[in-house]
Structures are given as C-alpha cells and as structure tokens.
Design a binder for this molecule. Structure first.
Ligand code: ADP
Ligand code: ZN
Ligand code: MG
Length: 477
C-alpha cells in the first residue's frame, strides 16, 4: 500500500530581548548558574510578573511576517506540571487566546517552486530552567538563568508532506527570524527548537492517521533523519496490519532511531487556566501598524526583486538573499558598480568561497563593498586582468587593504603598452620557431600556446586581448 506522510511542526524560538519576559533579569547566555535570577523568575510567592513590551514587539514582527492575523486581545494562561526546572510549578504560556493565528509561509521545494504551509498559531511563553546531570555522581543541578527567557511557539498546520519539506520549513523560519532580528535562530544552541508530529495515511484518504511526536533533535539534519526513520517505522507497522501508538518519542542521534518516551499527554492534563496575575495583552491597530512599518523587506520579496530588478537567475537571487547582511552587501556593491551579474559572480563565487574557508559570516568580511567595487573598476578599466584581480581580492581579504594599494605595492598593473608587449612577443616567437611554423602551416590552435607563453613571460600581467592582437598581426602579416 502507498502511504502519504503528514507532518506538523511545533517550533520554539528564543527571542533575543535584553531582559526576560516578566522581570528585568538579563537574558545573556553563559553567565554563572543562577546569577540571572530574581524573586519573579524564581517563582517566589507574593511577586507579580510584568510583561516586557519588547517581547510582544518581536512576536508581532514574526506574526506579520508569517501572514498571521494578530488578535486584538490575547491572554496568558498557566500550564501546570511538575518538573525540577520549573520553580513555579506552572509555565506561563498562552492557550485559548493566542497572540496570532491563521498564517502561512511559502517553502522552497525545488528551483523556484514553492508550497504554502499553514501556520495555526503563534503564542508567547516563558522558557524553563536547565537541568545539569552530573555524569560521575547520581545528582543533578538546576540552573535557573533561563527561566523566564521569552519564547514564541509557532505551530504549523499538518501541511508538510515529506521530511525534506520539514527541513525547508525550518530553514524558512530561521531565515525569517534572522531577517527580522528577533532571534539568532541557532538550532544547535537551542534558540530554535522543534518538536515534530508525524503520521501516515493511505494515499487518497482524507482522514489523518495516528501521529507520534518526536523530540530531542538539535539540528536541521537530525529533524530530517528522525522523520525519515519514523516514516520507515510507521510504514512497517501499518504494512504489518499493526497500529501506530500515539506517543512522544525521543530521537537517539547516536543510534539513529526514535524511542518511546511517554504516552501522549492531553491538554486537560495541564489544567490550563487564565493567569490571574497578568492582564490580557491588548494590541491596538496603531501598534500593529508601527511594527509593520519597521519590518525590513522580507526574504521572498527580496529574492523576487533581485530577479526582476537586477535580472539575476533564480539561483543567484536565492544565494544572495539568504541573509539580510549578504543581500545588503550585494546591493551596496551594485550601487558602486552597476553591473549586477558581474557583482553577483564575484560575491557568490570568490567572496563566499573565501568566507567559507574561514567559516566566516558576511558581517565579518574584511573586504568592504567599497573595496570590492574598487577592484571591479580596476578590472573594468583594464588596470588589472581578471586573473590578477582574484589574487588581489585574496590579498585584500587577508590583509584588509584596499585593492589599489595591493596593486601598487605588488606592481600588478596590467601591461597594455604596445611597444613593451611587442618586445615580449618578439622574444617568445624567436624562442618557439617550431610553433610559429605550425601556425603558419594552418594549425591555428597554436596561438593559444603562444599567448600563454607571453602571459608567463609577463607573470600574468600582459593584457591578453592586446597580446592576441599583436601575435596575430605578426604571424598573419
Ligand atoms: P495535540 O492535540 O496532540 O496537541 P494538535 O492538534 O494541537 O495536537 O497539533 C499539534 C501539532 O501536530 C500541530 O503542528 C499539528 O499540525 C500536528 N498534527 C496534528 N495532527 C497530526 C497528524 N495526524 N499527523 C501529523 N501531524 C499532526
Ligand atoms: Zn528575574
Ligand atoms: Mg495541541
């Protein structure tokens, strides 16, 4: 039987505000344990949480960018459960009235093709603390620096149809939170976390099958692998006439399998109720408009504009708009050197290669847009050859110098002077009489060899076009 895969993702994004969601404690990562805490985030009795407005601002940015409808009134709710990393005995979250609902994003499913994935809701909540297990002794420690760090939870509709699509969806979310500057979106460091729900159904049937929920994947690759494993596991069960059990399963990255962790908890297990300490969140039209006005151009729109305005192929536009910083860099270069495709080639091929070698981000690039523009102008006006320019770029990248400086220091100016070139050509021709003979006998391909010799003689500095012309004149004339 042929099964269709159905996936829905629940993604938690840590918002990078300076202070926590309900107190003024710092959210800075890496401080000594329990130093970023106060009576509010420690859950002491008698204190009151106060909502950080910036958290709502950031969440609204994401809600607008994912085409959600923002509710004018939303409400915090207590989600009750016991765990040692949760000092209050409940997590402040949103339940019946979330901040935003009914959105969608487009994911990329092949060259220029997209598919729309529904967003059920985006709600606000606080993070829990962190347990640290001692490997050598049977004890655990708790660090509450993370309690009260702001999160948004983004719940997708069960619209995803394959593990690769789940991967594409997560990439899109990460790209968005980074463009919007609301999170660093780093999955390995836990600022983006994903629970994946997956079920199978016979192809053509409308009704969904029983799902399993997968946890503990801390990279894009692991999400995809866990889902792929789960497709195989559930397919085997159903083929055998058995049933999928609704449960939470843990991904074991070492073994490459998922393991049953616990039965599925239901909403009523959490005894959700509106938090009496917090007034409802009111989002006025003015507030929404203000947030919307400040949004940067979003990645999909920017990619489309790069294709239209600069005439770039999809591939180039996609690579260059991967991050806001890279797209900004590219556009700064095009302003100074208005040949979009040439700039694209240099940024995409040469610059990204250098950056990749050092695992650097474009924001750490030692070559400024001004420097790259200067380099391209030096090639354009014939001062240096394209080949020399690659060398100069590398030198600029290593030293942080401007291209003109490097060209002058290393005396790399291209030889275009006719009489100087004529001299070298004469020298080469007398050194290779056999090749000259062959050329004159009709083997025109030898010309390439002779050009190469002149280039070699001038250490790559001869203007190859000029060399070609002079050689032809002498040989044909
Ligand atoms: P629960 O009641 O278990 O919390 P929800 O309906 O709230 O389930 O959905 C949680 C997540 O699971 C959502 O992302 C949703 O898209 C996804 N989901 C729901 N049903 C299925 C299913 N049958 N197969 C795969 N994913 C599903
Ligand atoms: Zn605090
Ligand atoms: Mg649910």
């Amino acid at each position: 039987m042929d099964f269709e895969v159905v996936i829905g993702l629940e993604v938690h994004v840590q918002l990078r505000t300076e202070s926590k969601i309900f107190c003024t404690c710092s959210t800075t990562f890496g401080a000594p344990p329990n130093t970023h805490t106060c009576p509010v985030c420690l859950g002491m009795p008698g204190v009151l949480p106060v909502l950080n407005k910036k958290v709502v601002d950031y969440a609204l940015r994401m809600a607008i960018a994912t085409n959600c409808r923002c509710n004018p009134l939303s409400q915090f709710a207590r989600k009750n459960y016991f765990y040692p990393d949760l000092p209050k005995g409940y997590q402040i979250s949103q339940y019946e009235l979330p901040l935003a609902e009914h959105g969608w994003i487009e994911i990329d499913v092949g060259e220029g093709e997209t598919r729309r994935i529904g967003i059920t809701r985006i709600h606000l909540e606080e993070d829990a603390g962190k347990l640290i297990h001692d490997e050598s002794r049977p004890v655990s420690y708790v660090d509450l620096n993370r309690t009260g760090v702001p999160l948004i939870e983004i719940v997708s509709e069960p619209d995803i149809r394959a593990p690769e699509e789940a991967n594409a969806y997560l990439r899109k979310l990460r790209q968005l939170v980074r463009y919007l500057g609301v999170s660093d979106g780093n999955m390995e460091e836990g600022s983006l976390r994903c629970d994946a729900n997956i079920s199978l159904r016979p192809r053509g049937r409308e009704e969904f099958g029983t799902k399993a929920e997968l946890k503990n994947m801390n990279s894009f690759k692991h999400v995809q692998k866990a889902l792929e494993y789960e497709v195989r596991r559930q397919t085997a069960l159903l083929m055998d006439g058995k049933e999928v059990v609704q449960e939470t399963r843990l991904w074991d990255p070492a073994k490459g399998i998922t393991k049953a962790m616990r039965g599925k908890e239901e909403a009523h297990d959490y005894r959700y109720f509106p938090d009496p300490d917090l007034v409802p969140v009111e989002v006025s039209k003015d507030w929404l408009e203000e947030v919307e006005k400040d949004l940067p151009e979003l990645p999909d729109a920017r990619r489309r504009r790069f294709q239209e305005e600069y005439g770039l192929p999809f591939y180039d536009a996609d690579v260059l708009t991967a991050s806001k910083a890279l797209a900004d860099y590219y556009e700064a270069c095009v302003k100074g050197f208005p040949n979009p495709k040439i700039v694209s080639n240099w940024v995409m091929v040469e610059l990204l290669r250098l950056l990749k070698q050092d695992a650097r981000d474009i924001s750490q690039c030692p070559v400024s847009p001004d420097a790259l523009v200067q380099l391209l102008k030096l090639v354009d006006d014939g001062t240096i050859s394209g080949k020399i320019a690659k060398m100069v770029l590398e030198e600029c990248y290593q030293s942080g110098k401007m291209p003109r400086e490097v060209v002058e220091e290393k005396n790399l100016v291209q030889m275009s002077d006719e009489s100087a070139l004529q001299e070298v050509v004469d020298k080469v021709l007398s050194a290779f009489p056999k090749e000259v003979e062959k050329y004159r006998a009709g083997k025109k391909k030898v010309l390439g060899f002779l050009v190469g010799q002149v280039m070699k003689e001038t250490k790559g500095q001869a203007n190859p076009q000029k060399v070609n012309e002079i050689l032809r004149k002498v040989l044909d004339g």
